[in-house]
Structures are given as C-alpha cells and as structure tokens.
Design a protein around this ligand. Structure first.
Ligand SMILES: Cc1ncc(COP(=O)(O)O)c(C=O)c1O
Length: 438
C-alpha cells in the first residue's frame, strides 16, 4: 500500500525530471521528496498530516520560521498594492538604505531573486571593474550552480587532486574551458593563498569565499585568516568577495564581516533576507558597484529583479531582525543546542563533532576534531548520517539530508526553547541507537 507521498512522487516522475524541481529535493534518507502540506512557526506538516519540527528552515532562508505574522502582513500589503512589478518604488529605496546601513561593505546594493544570480552578477561586476578574468576560490565553499563558479568547490574524494592541477568541473554541461579561470585553494592555508596570488594575482579579479563554510562542515576561518585575505588581496588589487548568502543575519545584522571584523570589498547576501520569499542581493563599495549601467557599462537587468513582493517581505524581515530581542533570543537557542549536543557527544563518547555559527550548525560524523579544510571532511560517514536523518524524521524532526553530506541545519526565531529541547531528546535517542556505527 503506497502512502500519499509515494503516490505523488510516482506521478511527479512522469512530468518532472526525477519527480522534483531541485535535484537535492529527492531525499536520499527518505527515498522520496518531503511533501509539505503547510507550515506554521517552527513546525511543518507533510501531506500525510504528520507534524515535524522543521530543522531545515528552507536551507537557511527561514530565519523567521514558517508563516511569520510580519511576513503575512507584507503579503497583504503587496496584494493591496496590486503587486506591481518591474517598477522602482519607495520600498526599494527603503530596503536598500537598510541594507547599506547594516552591511559594513555596502555603499550600494542591487536586489535579485536567487543566490546564484547574485554571485553571477557580482562576479561580472568585479571582472568589469578590474579588467581581469581569473577567480581564486576556496575548496568546500559553494557559490551557486552556474558556469562561472560551479568548478573546483567540492571535488569528490576519488577525484580530489591534492596538487590542484586541474580544477574539478562539478557538472556535465559546464564547458571544461571555464575551469581555466578557476584557481582553487584550500581553506585556512595562508601559504597556498600567497602562492596563488604570486602566480595568478595579476590576472585575478576576485578572491571569493564563504566567511563561514556552512556548505562544508561549518568550518570557520582560523584566527587571522580573513585578515590575511584582506591584506593580500588589497595589495594585489584583487577584489575580496565574501559570499554571505548563508551567513548574513544568522548571528548579527552585519553578517560574518561584522562578526569577524573584516570588511570585504563586495559581498552577496540572500536566504534569510527575504523572510522566506525569494530575495538575494549583491553589494559593495561604490566604486565597484557603479560599474553597472546606467552609470558604467556592465549589464545587469531583469524582468523580476527586486520584485515588489519579496522586497516588502525583505523590509518586514529586517524590521523584525532589528528588534532588540531578536539576536539575544537566537543566541540563547544557539547556546542551548550547542551545550546540549556537547553533553550528548561526551556522555555517549560519540565520534562526531558539531560546529555552529549563529542560527545554523553542521554535524560531522567520524571525527571529534573540527575540520579546518575540505579534505579533512572525507572521514564523514554519509551512510550513517542518512540513517540518522531518516530515524529523526520517523520521530518527528525534519533535517534536510543534502545527500548525507556534512551540510547545515538550523532553526528560526519562532523555535522555542522547548522545541530545541525536543530536538535534542530525539537526536540523543537516535545517536545512541547508531552509536556503534559512529
Ligand atoms: C554561500 C552560498 N552561496 C550561494 C548559494 C546559492 O543560493 P541559491 O540557492 O539561492 O541560488 C548558496 C545556497 O545554498 C549558498 O549557501
């Protein structure tokens, strides 16, 4: 007897490639997509009517949780305004002012929908600004699925080349020629960065990185590393580009550049920014951002750029995040989750580590030492992690599986201390069950 989800999945496969609209929505842990019926606060219900604590929060876009009243009001306002599109409005200017007021590197900002769009347009601007083509990028970091940068980020273990001679092209369909522009380096390795700058500095437009590597084990920059990046890129005339699509607003209003006190030349922001609606942005110093038409000659245009509905949602998000209790509340949840996980790991002597920065955390199975670069995460036990995620799902806690990789999970401002306690209880019972395999 098939469940409703299995029936829908079987039918969806006839009309959607693989039955999904985003390749990673087919959960390896569940062997089908999670079919959501609705969400509210910290909870999401599937079409079978089962209730889950949502620990995906839309891959980090749901920092306000599901159906936040402020976003509901923004959607009502959008309906009253007739959700006019492809116009500038006073709301656009207000949102831009708030972003420029909070993000340290932002003199100017432009809004778009997906994070991948933001990195694409900003890379073009930086190439236009410098007149250079190469990109120094860091292994394990993710900057979107497009041709310019989906190269050299996550080479699989059997294709990993410690000499980094040929950057790994991460999807068929991306011409190998694009790899010529990519210089991959290991995270937290100053010598490697220095060598890359010595060899390719004069041809390099940007050095791009996630200031916190949520897309691989939540690896943080070692003390002094970001400062070193700042200094060496400045000296070499390379634009320092922080991809803060994920890190922005997770710990503070100013993003990781504020958390670590290192200001890049430009950055991308997204996910949480739209309060659950599709909104990303790219921002930076005026001299770089003003390369865009109609001031400069770099093109950036689009029918749905800065659509009014997500712009209003973005304003609503920022007004919530600016409330004095917002970050102290998130910090309490972070502390509770981290302390709880540490206790579980120590009490049951589990061979795993939990990293965290703001309202997002990563679990790495198979080591008790936090990794500092990509290849150190090859020990992660994908097979066991998939079983852990499936068993949590059976017990009412939803983690997105990311193919079993050591990627990020998180909570929202609507997750209560009781929710986090319940998640810890479920995780403890599941981890004990798989203790011998961890
Ligand atoms: C750091 C980073 N950059 C870019 C992206 C791409 O964003 P989107 O999925 O909105 O295209 C992501 C998405 O996970 C991300 O984490």
């Amino acid at each position: 007897m098939m469940t409703d989800s299995q029936t829908h999945f079987a039918r969806a496969k006839q009309v959607l490639p693989g039955g999904v609209n985003s390749s990673t929505r087919l959960s390896k842990a569940l062997q089908m997509p999670f079919y959501a019926a609705r969400g509210r606060g910290s909870r999401v219900w599937d079409i079978e009517g089962r209730e889950f604590i949502d620990m995906s929060c839309a891959h980090g876009a749901g920092l306000l949780g599901n159906a936040h009243p402020a976003i509901d009001r923004a959607l009502q306002l959008a309906a009253e305004l007739g959700y006019v599109n492809a116009f500038e409005t006073p709301y656009h200017e207000e949102l831009a002012r708030l972003v420029c007021g909070h993000i340290p590197c932002a003199d100017r900002v432009r809004f778009c929908s997906a994070g991948s769009e933001a990195t694409l347009h900003l890379i073009r601007a930086c190439r236009g600004f410098t007149g250079r083509d190469k990109i120094i990028r860091v292994e394990g970091h993710f900057h979107g699925y497009h041709e310019l940068i989906y190269i050299g980020g996550h080479p699989p273990r059997d294709a990993f080349d410690g000499n980094r001679q040929t950057p790994y092209v991460e999807s068929p369909g991306i011409p190998k020629a694009f790899a010529e522009f990519i210089i991959p380096i290991p995270f937290n390795d100053r010598d490697a960065l220095q060598r890359a700058v010595e060899k390719h500095g004069r041809q390099s437009a940007i050095m791009i990185l996630e200031p916190v590597n949520y897309n691989c084990a939540g690896i943080k920059p070692e003390p002094g590393y970001l400062e070193f990046c700042r200094e060496i890129t400045r000296d070499a005339g390379i634009v320092l580009f922080f991809d803060e699509i994920q890190s922005v607003f997770k710990k503070s209003l100013g993003g990781a550049q504020q958390d670590f006190g290192v200001v890049p030349d430009v950055c991308t922001i997204g996910k949480s920014l739209g309060g659950g609606l599709p909104l990303s942005a790219f921002c930076g110093k005026a001299e770089i951002m003003d390369v865009f038409q109609p001031i400069g000659s770099v093109q950036h245009s689009g029918t749905f750029n800065a659509h009014l509905v997500p712009v209003l949602a973005g304003l609503a998000f920022l007004r919530e995040a600016m409330k004095p209790e917002f970050y102290p509340t998130l910090r309490q949840r972070e502390q509770q989750l981290h302390d709880g996980m540490q206790r579980i790991i120590e009490q049951h002597t589990l061979n795993m580590v939990v990293t965290h920065h703001g309202a997002r955390f990563n679990m790495v199975i198979g080591t008790r030492t936090p990794p500092v670069r990509y290849e150190q995460t090859f020990c992660h036990r994908t097979d066991v992690f998939l079983k852990i995620i499936r068993t949590c799902w059976e017990r009412g806690v939803y983690f997105h599986d990311y193919g079993g990789g050591p990627l990020h999970h998180g909570y929202s401002i609507q997750h209560s201390a009781e929710d986090i306690a319940q998640v810890l209880d479920v995780l403890e019972s599941v981890l004990i069950e798989f203790k011998d395999e961890i």
